[in-house]
Design a protein around this ligand. Structure first.
Ligand code: PMP
Length: 359
C-alpha cells in the first residue's frame, strides 16, 4: 500500500492514526458485533459515541454551556439558508463582509430569506485580502454580521476577529479546529466537516442558545436549531459514521496536545510554504501577505504554460490534488490538520526541484 501526500481542499486528508483506528474498529465496534455504520443511532453504544464526541469538541474549543453544539447534515451550504431562517424575519437584514466565492454563495442564498446587506467587499482587488474594518459600512440596523473566516478557494483568512456591537456569524468550514478561537466572540459558527473535522456528510453548528427562539414557522425541522438541540441532533437519523469518525479526530487532536498544539504545527507548515514562494522568482502568491491563509495556500507559476507539467510531475511523486480551483486557476495546497509537516516538506522539495529544472 502506498499512501500519497494529499493536498485536497475537501474532502481532505485525515490523520492516519484515525484511519487506522477506524479500520481496527470497523467490523466489531466495542464488542457490539457490528460496525458503527450498522448500528441504531438510538442504541446506547451510539449514544455514548455521540455524547463523547460532543464533550471532546466542547473541550477542544472551550465551548460553554450557553452554546448548543449540533451535528447536522446538509453541509455548510444548508447553513447559508438555515441561519437566516432561524435568526431573522423576512424584513430583517444580515450584514455580510464579502471576501471571496464562499461569501458570495452565502450572500446569494441568504437573499432568498431576508435582506443580505454587503457592508464591505474585496472584489475590486480580486478577493486578495480582508477589507479593513475601518472601511466597513456599519450603518444598517442589522443585528448580525456574517464573515467567512477562511476563504477556501481564494486563500484569504481573518487573522483577528472584529469586535462589534453586532453579533458575529462565521462560516469556519475550512479552518475550525486549526487554531484557537474565542467562542464567545461569536453568536454562531458553522462548518462542514470534510476539512479538519472528519468525513463529508456532517456539519457542525455552534450557536448561542439565546439566539434560538426565533425560527420561522416554515423552517424545516431538521434545520431548526432549537428543535435539533432538544432532540440531541437526532430529530431524524444523523450521519452516524461521520459523527463517529469526527469523534476519533477529536480524540486524536486531544492526544497530540489539542488546538494550541496543532495551531503551532499549522503556522509552521504555512510559514515554510509562504517563505519559499516569497523567496522565489518562479512562484507567486496572489494574496496580500497580511491575510494569507494557514489552511489553503494558493500559488501561481509565473509561467503558466508550465502548470500542466507541474501537476503531472507532482502527481508522479505522490503529491496529489494541487490544482487550484477552476475559478482561479494556478495551484492550491490545502494543508489542514491531517496534512503532516512531512507532506509540506515533500512539496517544498518538489517545488525547489521543479524550479531548478524549468526556471
Ligand atoms: N464554506 C466554505 C468556506 C467552504 O470551503 C465550503 C466547501 N468547500 C462550503 C462553505 C460549502 O460546504 P459544503 O460543501 O459542505 O456545503
Amino acid at each position: 500500500m502506498q499512501r500519497v501526500y494529499n493536498f485536497s481542499a475537501g474532502p481532505a486528508a485525515l490523520p492516519p492514526p484515525v484511519l487506522e483506528r477506524a479500520k481496527a474498529e470497523m467490523l466489531d465496534y466495542g464488542s457490539s458485533g457490528m460496525s458503527v455504520m450498522e448500528m441504531s443511532h438510538r442504541s446506547s453504544v451510539f449514544l455514548e459515541i455521540a455524547s463523547r464526541a460532543e464533550a471532546n469538541l466542547r473541550s477542544l474549543l472551550k465551548i460553554g454551556e450557553d452554546y448548543y453544539v449540533l451535528f447536522l447534515q446538509g453541509g455548510a451550504t444548508a447553513q447559508f439558508s438555515a441561519f437566516p431562517m432561524n435568526l431573522v424575519s423576512p424584513e430583517d437584514s444580515i450584514d455580510y463582509v464579502s471576501t471571496g466565492s464562499w461569501s458570495q454563495k452565502a450572500i446569494a442564498e441568504c437573499s432568498k430569506y431576508c435582506h443580505a446587506n454587503v457592508i464591505a467587499s474585496s472584489i475590486e482587488t480580486g478577493f486578495d485580502r480582508i477589507p479593513e474594518e475601518d472601511d466597513w459600512n456599519m450603518d444598517s440596523d442589522s443585528q448580525f454580521v456574517h464573515i467567512c473566516s477562511n476563504e477556501t478557494i481564494g486563500g484569504v483568512q481573518f487573522k483577528e476577529f472584529p469586535s462589534l456591537d453586532k453579533t458575529l456569524i462565521a462560516d469556519m468550514s475550512s479552518e475550525l479546529l486549526s487554531r484557537q478561537i474565542n467562542i464567545n466572540d461569536f453568536g454562531l459558527i458553522y462548518a462542514g466537516a470534510q476539512k479538519n473535522i472528519g468525513p463529508a456528510g456532517l456539519t457542525i453548528v455552534i450557536v448561542r442558545k439565546d439566539l434560538c427562539s426565533k425560527a420561522r414557522p416554515e423552517t424545516p425541522a431538521v434545520f431548526d436549531y432549537r428543535a435539533q438541540a432538544e432532540a440531541g441532533s437526532m430529530l431524524n437519523t444523523p450521519p452516524t459514521y461521520s459523527w463517529y469518525l469526527a469523534g476519533l479526530v477529536f480524540e486524536w487532536l486531544l492526544g497530540i496536545g489539542g488546538v494550541d498544539a496543532v495551531e503551532k504545527v499549522n503556522n509552521e507548515k504555512a510559514r515554510s510554504l509562504y517563505d519559499a514562494i516569497q523567496a522565489s522568482d518562479f512562484y507567486d502568491s496572489p494574496v496580500d501577505p497580511l491575510y494569507r491563509s494557514t489552511m489553503n495556500v494558493p500559488f501561481k507559476l509565473k509561467d503558466e504554460s508550465l502548470d500542466d507539467a507541474f501537476l503531472k510531475e507532482a502527481e508522479h511523486v505522490g503529491l496529489t490534488n494541487l490544482k487550484g480551483h477552476r475559478s482561479v486557476g494556478g495551484m492550491r495546497a490545502s494543508i489542514y490538520n491531517g496534512v503532516s509537516p512531512e507532506a509540506v516538506y515533500a512539496l517544498l522539495d518538489f517545488m525547489k526541484g521543479f524550479e531548478a529544472k524549468y526556471g
